[in-house]
Design a protein around this ligand. Structure first.
Ligand code: C5P
Length: 272
């Protein structure tokens, strides 16, 4: 039995640079793994079976990852998921599960090269390749063209109310062109270990449209800043918002002000 922590991600920057013929959008993003995770158990079985402690779609990403893995040879897996990452949060929970399943299957069966495994990941979802890589990276294309970046250990408070944002719905509502982030400036700030610089360069092109669907996003962002965050921003397609704090203590102090919110977690970024 393989047990894997499937870590969530946040987007420090997210720019939408174009719309593709296949309906997907070209993005440019700086992504960072964070220590909020689902626990994924995988063992060899005759068929593919996925169990989860919260409701997930029948054709969920863990199932699709296993199905894609067994496209070329016979095999199966019993997969059990304990959710720790909120859904419809923009934290890549479903992608993290798929990445964990692929990593576990690769340990059990070892059927593919690393490049082939990343391609299988991409076929399951745009954020799966980053979740397989972890740490910190810039992502381009639909999210699958990854360049590792020196990560930065940071103290975060991540908050999300009861309402989520559907990624396809949000992408269907945006109108291009949208303002772009200073990706290079963000990478430079990370490389210099400049947490204040990172906080200043936070930018998410999807945030405005997401706020129109879930107004709490704007409210939580404002509250995080009022609680002393150096910077705050929505992650991915929302609806979770993170604040960057100077110390763990300051993040924990701020957490006390979010007791009315469904999900309010102090955590740290993970560097490879
Ligand atoms: O690949 P994933 O399942 O994460 O994407 C969910 C949906 O979000 C896609 O079906 C698409 O509508 C939208 N999307 C997009 N451009 C991206 C990533 C996602 O338009 N780069």
């Amino acid at each position: 039995m393989e047990k894997i922590n499937a870590y969530a991600k946040i987007n420090l920057t997210l720019s939408v640079t174009g719309k593709r013929a296949d309906g997907y959008h070209d993005l440019e993003s700086v992504m960072h793994a964070v220590d909020v995770f689902d626990t994924v158990y995988v063992e060899k079985a005759d068929n593919i079976c996925v169990e989860c402690d919260t409701p997930i779609p029948e054709n969920n990403t863990a199932y699709r990852a296993a199905k894609a893995y067994f496209e070329n040879f016979e095999g199966g897996a019993h997969i059990k998921i304990e959710k720790g990452i909120p859904s419809e949060a923009g934290m890549g929970g479903a992608s993290a599960d798929a990445a964990a399943v692929l990593r576990a299957l690769q340990k059990i069966y070892g059927a593919y090269s690393e490049d082939e495994l990343f391609l299988i990941g991409k076929s399951v979802g745009a954020d799966v390749p980053f979740c397989m890589l972890g740490g910190c990276a810039t992502a381009r294309g639909i999210g699958e063209i990854l360049t590792p970046v020196k990560g930065q250990e940071m103290n975060l408070l991540i908050v999300k109310g009861s309402r989520g944002v559907s990624t396809p719905l949000l992408f269907s509502k945006i109108k291009l062109p949208l303002e772009c982030a200073d990706t290079q400036g963000m990478v430079k700030a990370l490389e210099q270990g400049d947490v204040k610089g990172v906080s200043k360069k936070l930018y998410n092109a999807l945030e405005k449209e997401a706020q129109a669907i879930v107004p709490e996003i704007a409210e939580y962002k404002k509250r995080l800043i009022e609680c002393g965050a150096l910077g705050a921003q929505m992650t991915g397609s929302g609806s979770a918002v993170f604040g960057i704090f100077e110390s763990l203590k300051k993040a924990q102090e701020a957490q006390k002000e979010f007791q009315d919110v469904e999900f309010a977690r102090v955590c740290r970024t993970i560097c490879n």
